[in-house]
Design a binder for this molecule. Structure first.
Ligand code: NCD
Ligand code: ZN
Length: 347
């Protein structure tokens, strides 16, 4: 079948975004809001967003950072800490502030020092979420230093996620930014309770890219990209039309200087190129017909929200996006994710 020159779909949503705060938020919010109608906002600020009032104030700051001609709805999440308060979780959901709560194993990734040290510590909170119908979003990696970095997702599934599903039978869970075939299989095995998000970068390259001809900090994020067989499993899952898989960019801006240094930060800023890269992947797989399900239908279905009515059109044309975004408030730049392979879609 010839590849179409344009593709019109319902406006997509992004089910996993880091918008940061302050000057970074001012610089980044517009890029997510240009592409997506709604986004699940990660709560890993410093300090993390754990209270309803903090989330509500953060939502106001996000709305104020988005230009008024763009319609954008931030969907807020609660950062789970040891002893997470069941009352605060239930109240925030009832008041329409929390859409979900986020589980970071302590020290798994950027700004996760306040994360959870054991599932016993959040059992009461998770019970409240089960009752309130509030999904749990998980960063699915163990943090045991004895487990190899590339195995941390697969080990998490057996050691943490499977017991968690059994212990909290009413809880809906999203395995976020899946990077392994084991993660894909796990979500497929629990279709009525689980969703899985997949990033544009994990669909685009495998772990070789991080070391190609030298160390490439702009391909470094967590969970780290795995072997090619895993990338292929992610591509099959994302483009399959299976409603359990949906779009989550994990756009995670860090200024260029904090990535290009001796101990560079984990996180990839892909917001300006996200839909273009996803479209490229679906076109390469011959599954452009499933892009709308992945980007615009499966996520709302999981969260019990209506899909967006507005339509957007992608065009077959070379990627046309600046390589960096300025952060005027900090006199810094953020480097935009740039695949190593051609992207033939514009948005
Ligand atoms: C994220 C960040 O920078 O906040 N980094 C990343 O590599 N993805 C945190 C996260 O989602 O793990
Ligand atoms: Zn993230």
């Amino acid at each position: 079948m010839p590849i179409p020159q344009t593709l019109t779909i319902r406006r997509p949503d992004d089910w996993h975004v880091h918008l940061r705060d302050g000057a970074m938020l001012q610089a980044c919010a517009v890029h997510t809001a240009r592409q997506f109608a709604r986004a699940i906002i990660m709560p890993n600020l410093v300090p993390p967003v754990t209270k309803v009032a903090e989330a509500s104030a953060y939502r106001d700051r996000i709305r104020a950072a988005v230009p008024s001609d763009l319609k954008f709805e931030p969907l807020m999440t609660c950062y789970l800490t040891d002893g997470a308060d069941p009352v605060e979780l239930a109240r925030g959901k009832k008041e329409g502030v929390w859409v979900a709560a986020k589980l970071y194993p302590a020290h798994a990734t950027t700004n996760s020092a306040h994360g959870v040290t054991s599932m016993d510590q959040v059992a009461k909170g998770l019970e409240a979420m089960e009752k309130a119908g509030m999904p749990l979003l998980v960063h699915g990696e163990v943090t045991d230093p004895d487990v190899d970095l590339f195995d941390r997702e697969a080990v998490f599934l057996d050691k943490v996620l499977f017991p968690l599903l059994k212990r909290h039978p009413g809880l809906k869970i999203v395995l976020e930014h899946i990077t392994t075939r084991e993660g894909v299989a796990f979500v497929e095995a629990h279709p009525d309770r689980m969703g899985g998000t997949i990033t544009p970068h994990h669909l685009n390259y495998n772990r070789n890219a991080i070391f190609k001809g030298g160390i490439r900090p702009h391909f470094y994020c967590l969970p780290i990209a795995k072997r090619e067989e895993h990338r292929l499993a992610l591509r099959r899952a994302a483009t399959s039309g299976n409603p359990a898989f949906f779009l989550g960019t994990d756009t995670a801006p860090h200024s260029t200087d904090t990535k290009e240094c001796a101990c560079g930060c984990a996180g990839i800023f892909n917001a300006p190129v996200a839909m273009q890269v996803y479209a490229q992947v679906f076109a390469e797989e011959g599954r452009l017909d499933n892009l709308e399900a992945f980007a615009s239908l499966n996520g709302p279905r999981f969260y019990d929200l209506p899909p967006n009515e507005e339509k957007v059109t992608l065009r077959a044309a070379p990627l046309d996006v600046p390589e960096t975004v300025e952060v005027p408030g900090l006199s810094k730049t953020i480097t935009v994710f740039r695949p190593d392979t051609p992207v033939g879609w514009s948005f």
